[in-house]
Design a protein around this ligand. Structure first.
Ligand code: GAR
Length: 222
């Protein structure tokens, strides 16, 4: 079967991109990364992608000051590579409603909280100041509103008493690296559809497939 052609958009470190590249390197994985795009020349993830032999493009918005021309250049690069699904992975530029509409249900994002809680920037600081005991991460389809859209995969992570934002971010990042490849696999296998703005997962085989760590507990309790 043809593998789903995927682009990953980054702005920085690119560790989630790296997790997606690693997943796609497994021979029977149903997706392939055909392009990595950064909007920043200094994004460390660009080097990671090049080292893995993945084509990269730098589409710097300082050269395309208006959003329309930035997104036109982005769409041209995505179309030229035959991209079918776009993954945002630490891509720190807001995309317009037009771009989001063009890629409707073909554009996904990872956010380091259990959405819809703690949208926006400084997520872990928000989590710590709210005093919640459990946080996590979410992979979701992108909608025009920031950090909004049908949820595909989530994982829960404890907030520990001596956490600071850095320690908590590192703990959440470890499950991000599990969740993003899982979400990509489910989509590429055609097991994800959106109905009334909620994700319906084709449960043939495994109805708990979109739960990462709580799934283990549920299975043990059965
Ligand atoms: C990740 O923690 C991701 O969830 C977060 O940025 C980090 C990027 O790390 N994204 C957001 O906060 C988006 N709202 P990475 O570049 O190593 O993948």
């Amino acid at each position: 079967m043809a593998r789903l052609k995927v682009a990953v958009l980054i702005s920085g470190r690119g560790s989630n991109m790296g997790a997606l590249i690693d997943a796609c390197a497994v021979p029977d994985f149903p997706a392939e990364i055909v392009l990595v795009v950064s909007n920043r020349a200094d994004a460390a993830g660009l080097e990671t992608a090049k080292a893995a032999g993945v084509p990269t493009a730098l589409i710097g918005h300082r050269d395309d000051p208006d959003r329309a021309s930035f997104e036109a250049a982005l769409n041209a690069a995505l179309d030229a590579a035959g991209v079918e699904l776009v993954c945002l992975a630490g891509f720190m530029r807001l995309l317009t409603a037009d771009f989001v509409r063009r890629w409707h249900d073909r554009l996904i994002n990872i956010h380091p909280s259990l959405l819809p809680a703690f949208k926006g920037l400084h997520t872990h600081e928000q989590v710590l100041s709210a005093g919640v005991r459990i946080t996590g991460c979410t992979v979701h389809f992108v909608r025009a509103e920031m950090d909004d859209g049908p949820i595909i995969v989530q994982a829960a992570v404890p907030v520990l008493p001596d956490d600071d934002a850095e320690r908590l971010a590192a703990r959440v990042l470890r499950v991000e690296h599990q969740c993003y490849p899982l979400a990509l696999r489910l989509i590429a296998e055609g097991r994800v559809r959106v109905e009334n703005e909620r994700v319906i997962l084709d449960a043939s085989g495994d109805g708990l497939a979109s739960l990462v760590n709580p799934a283990a507990g549920i299975r043990a309790a059965k």
